[in-house]
Design a binder for this molecule. Structure first.
Ligand code: SF4
Ligand code: SF4
Length: 164
């Protein structure tokens, strides 16, 4: 898997300009059926993806923690939100709560998340490829294709399915 992920970074770099041009056009000329197509592509890709064999998102990039996330997860640990913040989080340059370090503290050795049922919203939604108005998150997607093999494949299929 490690080799595959190293390869992914290279492939994403090779595709960066092509993807950027595509997403620039997508913003100007958004197909009416974009949400439906993305939902189908996302579902098809994740049907054949085993995230437990990858966990690259949890290993290389952490989620943002919203106030609701912090309240829910601290309750799970029977901690006060402030205790949870002090123990696990820091504030980043955008003033958001993020993990103090990656790989994520909550990832165990077999790639399982031990706070799975209460995990942050950003983790539940990653890589956001089924997000409505997908054209609005193109900068984020350009980064995510270098982290997430599923997102990379979805964007490749998207370009085939919706040529611009
Ligand atoms: S990087 Fe993508 S494929 Fe890998 S675990 Fe995360 S969501 Fe799943
Ligand atoms: S909280 Fe869980 S799903 Fe989110 S990054 Fe950490 S291990 Fe992964």
């Amino acid at each position: 898997m490690l080799n595959q992920l190293e390869q992914l970074q290279k492939q994403a770099k090779d595709k960066h300009n092509e993807n950027k041009k595509y997403f620039d056009k997508l913003k100007k000329k958004t197909p009416k059926n974009l949400d439906y197509v993305m939902q189908d592509l996302h579902d098809a890709e994740f049907k054949k993806t085993d995230c437990l064999e990858c966990a690259n998102c949890c290993k290389t990039t952490g989620p943002l923690f919203t106030t609701a996330d912090i309240e829910r997860i601290s309750k799970f640990f029977r901690q006060k939100p402030q205790q949870f913040i002090t123990q696990y989080l820091r504030i980043d340059e955008d003033n958001d709560y993020v993990l103090q370090s990656v790989p994520c503290t909550f990832l165990d050795q077999d790639n399982k998340c031990f706070i799975y049922d209460v995990r942050p919203k950003a983790c539940r939604e990653f890589p956001h490829t089924d997000r409505k108005k997908f054209q609005q998150i193109s900068n984020l997607t350009l980064k995510n294709v270098a982290i997430c093999p599923a997102a990379f494949n979805i964007v490749e299929k998207m370009k085939e399915k919706l040529p611009l």
